[in-house]
Design a binder for this molecule. Structure first.
Ligand SMILES: [Zn+2]
Ligand SMILES: [Zn+2]
Length: 501
């Protein structure tokens, strides 16, 4: 482990610490600043260090052969990154590196003498500056250097694009460590920015990431072949990588579509077997990839639920599920889902499910929380109630109800959890081992090991792996009921909003 220690004199030291043997080796001391060092931040796994001080300087260092070399701190990603306000700062109060290591943020204190005392001087105290550092050449050893050629006009040299490429891949891969929460804002922001001017570069980069990092994929395949492989062979890919892929699909490659549009197009693509020509080919391609990745995760969740139910029954005498442990809910709905997708679902999963459900069959039909009509199982995402038949014989409105992302059951009218990425809702929590699965193999060893102590995960989305949120009622901010009545206002009629209990 590397550590850096800043001093009041303006110098800092770097030490190499071996935690297991409790050995500390000083690698060097650097007279970097004139005043007290106020911040030190490592980036790229200790290959790069940022130092800042009361002298208002931010310096950037690269660690090569146990020595720090200074590199220029401004790595302009765009031409507009030069700040005109540098000279109004008095000192630097601290530095921090973003979760994906692509941005460094520094906090600066204003020199009040240089501000207008009447105006800015009264309100401005400090400012935060952000610099892109993803273009830094940090000698990250990927297995093989990745050429990032592009014919697109970018204003960036090929060398910079290669650096950005390998740094973003490094950054994505650090999330293979399961203890690191998925916070991808800087990666998404950088990819979206590149996508505006160089969409093919972004796609090339992501395919390179997939072929370098997904087990069983080869780097020498052409891009299109790799994408085909993604749709067909995800069973050996860890759940964490699928979560990363899903987020990137939704937030970068399909960023122009919202979650509902993605669901709509994806069902259209499925129904027409990919032959709907109205859609952009680029869009349908990534929707198909997202679809197969989410299907893979759903199969894992369903398989895990059936395994859990099976093992709990095979242990005689033991209470089926101890308090505090995770237990499967929605098996009837999951069985229905397998029946509906009989052609696509893996044989292994079908056999696990049939063993469990042979013993006990329960109905997957639920009742609507609004009108208490029955809700048959048609899709894992939502259910349509049959609607109450009123006395006159005409059908009332059918209610569309969201299903829980974890249990596939119809959610109560106010679901507990909401995913900002895929817009799914949930009122149950997924089992923690789902997020730790390295493949879809349900061998007996995995099951007995993980089920005996399976607990509910933190509130994480089973499809995106990010933290779920409490859903805020829309009416606090949404002008929707007023807008829908807008015609009435124009025509100067009275209008009402009906409030349901
Ligand atoms: Zn209903
Ligand atoms: Zn989600």
């Amino acid at each position: 482990m590397l550590s850096a220690i800043g001093k009041g004199s303006g110098s800092f030291e770097i030490w190499l610490c071996d935690i297991s043997s409790k050995e500390f080796n000083k690698l060097g001391s650097y007279d970097a600043h004139d005043y007290i060092v106020t911040g030190l931040a490592w980036a790229f796994g200790g290959r790069c260090l940022y130092s800042c001080s009361q002298d208002n300087l931010v310096r950037s260092w690269i660690l090569r052969d146990r020595c720090l070399d200074e590199v220029p701190v401004h790595m302009p990603h765009n031409n507009n990154s030069s700040s005109a306000s540098d000279d109004v700062y008095d000192s630097c109060l601290g530095a921090a590196v973003s979760p994906g290591n692509l941005v460094v943020a520094t906090v600066h204190c204003f020199d009040v003498e240089k501000l207008n005392r009447m105006y800015e001087g009264r309100v401005l105290r400090a400012a935060i500056e952000y610099h892109w550092i993803g273009g830094l050449h940090v000698d990250i050893c990927l297995n093989r250097p990745v050429p990032f050629y592009t014919e697109e006009l970018s204003g960036l040299a090929e060398k910079d694009l290669t650096n950005w490429g390998s740094n973003i891949i490094w950054s994505l891969n650090q999330y293979q460590c399961l203890d690191r929460p998925l916070v991808l804002l800087d990666i998404i922001l950088a990819l979206l920015d590149f996508k505006v001017s160089m969409p093919r570069y972004v796609e090339h980069l992501l395919i390179k990431w997939i072929s370098l990092s997904f087990p069983g994929f080869h780097t020498d395949l052409p891009n299109e072949k790799t994408l085909l492989q993604v749709s067909s062979s995800l069973s050996g890919v860890p759940s964490r990588m699928l979560h990363l892929l899903n987020i990137i699909c939704r937030r970068v490659m399909l960023a122009q579509l919202d979650a509902d549009e993605i669901t709509r197009i994806s069902s259209e693509v499925q129904n027409t077997k990919g032959e709907c020509c109205s859609m952009d080919e680029q869009v349908t391609k990534w929707i198909a990839i997202l679809g197969s990745s989410e299907r893979e995760l759903r199969e894992r969740l369903v398989g895990f639920s059936f395994c859990a139910s099976q093992t709990s029954k095979s242990r005689p005498g033991a209470t089926p599920f101890q308090t505090g442990h995770w237990y499967p809910v929605g098996l009837a709905q999951m069985e229905q889902w397998i029946a509906l997708n009989n052609d696509h679902v893996r044989g292994e999963l079908k056999s696990i499910a049939s063993e469990v459900t042979n013993e006990k069959r329960c109905s997957a039909v639920e009742s609507c929380s609004y009108c208490s009509a029955s809700v048959p199982f048609e899709s894992p995402e939502f259910g349509l109630c049959q609607g109450k038949t009123s006395g006159s014989g005409s059908n009332d409105k059918r209610h569309k109800l969201s299903r829980c992302a974890v249990s596939m059951q119809v959610c109560p009218s106010i679901p507990l959890w909401f995913c900002v990425c895929c817009h799914r809702v949930a009122f149950r929590l997924a089992p923690d081992p789902l997020f730790r699965m390295s493949s879809s193999q349900f061998d007996s060893d995995f099951v007995t090991k993980s089920l005996s102590r399976a607990v509910s995960s933190k509130p994480l989305c089973p499809y995106c792996g990010i933290l779920l949120q409490r859903r805020q009622p829309d009416f606090l901010v949404s002008p929707l009921p007023f807008y829908s009545s807008y015609n009435n206002i124009k025509h100067n009629k009275q209008w009402n909003i009906y409030i349901a209990n």
